[in-house]
Design a protein around this ligand. Structure first.
Ligand code: AMP
Length: 409
């Protein structure tokens, strides 16, 4: 069975074979830097974008093209960070691993048909999306590869498109009957609609989606290094350098989302994936809300990451994500969220309300300053993301070739 490592190496090899003369690269066995926007990360972003499904309805885009135009959805103007540049066709096939037959087996057990309004609500197909429609997709268009994981609503597989050029994506299954049972039809629809319109290197791309009688399939960007949460569990905590680089990427991605009036509302390590070069990808838009100018009241998210205004059931804004960024910074460095009380949920609430923040010894003065500025009781007192991107603890560890913080979304 193929490992992520072997796929990474093949992509690295492809990256080299696609190099323009005169551009120096890492050798194929060397590990690329964790976070480097203009070197390997950009190249891999291009390659991953190449795996996006081309839209034959858009000018210049064809599945038969030898120089595929990248992306299911090609924005009219090139947004920052997307790396939506055409790249030459792959010269060697990727090993996507062995398929375990899980989808068919699972469909026998879980695949109940649904009817009526719910069936209409969940008849989701990106070929009929209002903005950036894709080509029509079905399960027959893919070679199935290895399982990547299991989620609440179904399995995720590594797959490759059968038609040339071959694109690799993570195909996520959602069982319609279970969505209906959980009464989350609207939430799922919203998650899909929000994610399909987002293009940022640190936000997991949704290239397209389609459905059959029992399931919805999401064609997601393949996050080659898997779940960030697993890394955090493995190492217990991260170094200041590694944490700073993740928080830099998070702050950039969140400013992009907020500029699009998208509040994530469920930032936590479990909702973050890692790309092939270890770059962070915000995934899971289940709780996110598109709220232009709106203040929201719904209580949602994970307890440890809830800001005081949500604990109190008050109106909240995008500044809930600033608070969560402070909690995340602390958890990366210490291994636990700052207000956690394993014995009592009420105590956690109380500690959040009082902003009972305690720093264990060994943390730098700079990171303590940043966390304290993010974890302010009053949303308007929290440090703006643009200032997070300029904060000494972030700037100190940012790779020299990364011009993060210069974009205005
Ligand atoms: P989810 O249903 O989103 O919770 O996904 C279940 C598991 O599948 C996750 O915990 C990941 O390990 C894996 N997974 C989901 N999406 C991707 C992706 N885009 N790339 C790689 N692995 C993924």
């Amino acid at each position: 069975m193929a490992t992520v490592g072997s796929v990474t190496r093949q992509i690295a090899a492809l990256e080299l074979s696609n190099k323009k003369p005169g551009i120096t690269t890492n050798n194929s066995t060397a590990r690329p830097p964790l976070h480097s926007k203009h070197s390997s990360q950009t190249n891999v972003a291009k390659l991953l974008t190449k795996y996006a499904a081309p839209n034959p309805h858009l000018p210049g885009s064809s599945t038969k093209s030898t120089k595929p135009v990248a992306g299911t959805a090609i924005p009219k103007t090139k947004p920052p960070h997307t790396g939506n540049t055409p790249v030459p066709e792959a010269t060697q096939p990727f090993d996507i691993g062995n398929y375990d037959g899980g989808l068919e087996l699972e469909n026998e057990k879980r695949g109940e048909k649904i009817f009526g309004e719910a069936a209409k609500e969940l008849a989701l197909d990106s070929s009929s999306a209002q903005k950036w429609p894709t080509r029509e997709w079905s399960l027959h268009d893919f070679d199935m590869g290895r399982p990547l994981g299991k989620g609440k609503f179904g399995r995720v597989y590594m797959v490759r498109t059968k038609a040339e050029p071959k694109y690799i994506v993570a195909l996520k299954t959602l069982y319609k009957s279970e969505i209906v049972k959980g009464k989350v039809e609207k939430q799922v629809r919203r998650e899909i609609e929000i994610q399909q319109n987002l293009r940022h290197p640190n936000v997991l791309r949704l290239y397209g989606y389609f459905h059959d009688e029992t399931r919805i399939f999401l064609m997601l960007e393949f996050a080659g290094k898997g779940e960030l949460y697993k890394q955090l569990s493995k190492f217990g905590c991260f170094s200041e350098k590694r944490s700073s680089r993740y928080i830099d990427q998070m702050a950039d991605a969140l400013s992009y989302l907020h500029a699009k009036h998208v509040i994530h509302r469920d930032i936590k390590p479990e909702n973050l994936l890692l790309g092939l070069n270890g770059e962070l990808k915000i995934a899971d838009f289940g709780w996110s809300v598109h709220a232009p100018g709106n203040r929201r009241r719904t209580m949602c998210g994970t307890l440890d990451y809830l800001p005081p205004e949500m604990v109190e059931g008050k109106e909240h804004t995008e500044k809930v994500d600033y608070w969560a960024l402070g909690v995340l910074t602390y958890e990366f460095l210490i291994g636990n969220p700052p207000f956690e009380d394993r014995k009592s949920v009420d105590n956690t609430y109380r500690r959040i309300m009082r902003v009972d923040l305690r720093f264990p010894p060994g943390m730098s003065a700079e990171v303590k300053d940043l966390i304290a500025r993010l974890l302010q009781h009053e949303p308007q007192d929290r440090i703006p993301l643009v200032d997070v991107l300029r904060h000494p603890w972030i700037v100190k560890y940012r790779p020299k070739d990364c011009n993060r913080g210069s974009e205005v979304y």
